[in-house]
Design a protein around this ligand. Sequence first.
Ligand code: ADP
Ligand code: ADP
Length: 233
Amino acid sequence: MIEVKDLRRTYRGRPGGRRTEALRGVSFDVSAGQRFGIVGESGSGKSTLVRLMAALDKPTSGSISFRGTRIENLPERRLKFLRDDLQVVFQDPMSSLDPRMRVRDIICEPLDRNHDRKERLRELLDAVGLPQEAASRYPHQFSGGQRQRISIARALAPYPKVLVADEPVSALDVSVRAQILNLLADLVDRYDLTLVFVSHDLSVVRHVCDTVAVMRQGEIVELGAVEQVYQDP
Ligand code: ADP
Ligand code: ADP
């Protein structure tokens, strides 16, 4: 599904300033149906990797293939297939949801015009456990956990094959984290999704992933079955 080969990303910084090698040659494959975790401390390069996989940034060198197509140097007009097939859920739903838009428009935005939006909206609200009345409200009228449900519904709207979740519960109260994690795991099962789950917390990754890559200072230092990695010292 996704093949990452020798990926490097160096940030130049200001003229004369220090360069940061955020990724120093990262390689891994994510196969269809896999639940692939990426874990590492803050600054290890996780968000950089997410941006590259979602083609929101370009690598300094190396390649990323999505379903057999190299994406790292494609212009935006040729990325439509990726924009539909790979959806990202970010850490902070408040900064990724437009506060001026009603929930129904947020969720349906990724759908094209001829889609039966009403039916799809009903289905999506149901899938993420939000009441139908939520459709006519605005993001600020919801709690953190509910806002993350809205982002998840939006991500699922175009029937993606891959869901990339970047620290999806880190900004939430501890009391709602398990609910959102269980929801993600259920949806991945129900819709046969491939999951890339990014977190600084291995105990969270362990709940939802089968495989995990551990990153440190821009490199993968361990890669394997999640229980194996969890038990390693
Ligand atoms: P993580 O998501 O694991 O916290 P990041 O990918 O955000 O890691 O950051 C990796 C390294 O790259 C860090 O040293 C960070 O300071 C640096 N970095 C990230 N984004 C930028 C940027 N836009 N410009 C300069 N340096 C950056
Ligand atoms: P979180 O999900 O962020 O942990 P809670 O579910 O405890 O938080 O709710 C946080 C705040 O949001 C509470 O003050 C609660 O009353 C309010 N809230 C919860 N659901 C709604 C809603 N549907 N509309 C408006 N406010 C809500």
